[in-house]
Design a protein around this ligand. Structure first.
Ligand SMILES: [Fe+2]
Ligand SMILES: [Fe+2]
Length: 265
């Protein structure tokens, strides 16, 4: 079963890149996973964008630290197909994992967030994974983990920790794709970061001049999504054996799309 795994979608340019790729490669995957933490104006997700992504055929939405940026997310955070990191405290709304079915095949998606340089208040994601794995592995061998984290060391450590239990561990959050996709020794597909989809001539999706100014002055800045430039679509295509849950192949996809090509949508 083929999973198209898309990292952080950066505002409208990211959504257009996703649409362009999925429309032009309709039969290349069975299940579509997307990290939506930056999908609405670069910060969080709102109802309109949630519906738009559903209409594009997104099966499961994962997220990260930016999931709370738009307050209206609280109205639909309990949707079955929308996840927030599972290692938030128990009282936090929403859920961090789910069981799904597509074309008669059951699979689980778990969303976790790293703690290094990110949020030390979260529960240890390694322990959270153990607990959730106990439960979902009784239902299906196909288990995908979005490990939303800053530090590649934490991502690698987690990937190796979950090797043989998760089908795929994919990193998100840095917005920069890494070229280290690999199948680990016990059959888990791994990549440190899928990378974002959005305007490529930007600082991780945002207008460069605003971020440069932040580094020059240290003063608070308003950050806006870069929308003027051509876009890049970054994703991972993972083929997973339906019986064993092992990853058969993991392939990096990177497609630059010009503004003229986007106009064809
Ligand atoms: Fe992000
Ligand atoms: Fe993030």
């Amino acid at each position: 079963m083929k999973f198209l795994i898309v990292g952080d979608i950066l505002g409208k340019p990211g959504r257009r890149a996703l649409k362009y790729y999925t429309v032009s490669h309709p039969n290349s995957f069975d299940v579509l996973l997307v990290n939506v933490e930056n999908s609405a104006g670069g910060f969080g997700i709102d109802r309109k964008v949630y519906e738009e992504l559903k209409s594009m055929g997104v099966d499961v939405m994962t997220s990260g630290n930016h999931i709370w940026d738009k307050k209206e997310v609280l109205e639909f955070i309990n949707s079955d197909d929308l996840l927030r990191p599972a290692n938030y405290p128990l009282s936090v709304p929403g859920k961090g994992y789910g069981l799904y079915e597509k074309r008669g095949v059951k699979f689980a998606v778990i969303n976790l967030m790293g703690r290094v340089f990110l949020d030390p208040h979260l529960e240890n994601p390694f322990h959270t994974f153990d607990r959730i794995y106990e439960e979902v592995s009784r239902q299906t061998p196909i288990i995908l983990v979005d490990f939303h984290a800053e530090a590649t060391s934490e991502k690698y450590a987690f990937g190796m920790y979950a090797d043989g239990r998760a089908s795929v561990v994919f990193g998100t959050h840095t917005h920069v794709p890494t070229a280290d996709q690999i199948i680990l020794r016990k059959g888990t597909g791994f990549v440190s970061d899928v990378g974002m989809s959005g305007c490529w001539y930007s600082v991780i999706g945002m207008k460069p001049e605003q971020i440069i100014n932040k580094f020059l002055t240290g003063m608070p800045q308003r950050y806006e999504v870069e929308e003027k430039e051509d876009v890049v679509f970054n994703a991972i295509l993972a083929d997973i054996d339906e019986n064993s849950g092992k990853c058969l192949s993991i392939q990096r996809i990177q497609k630059y799309i010009s503004r003229d090509e986007l106009k064809e949508l």
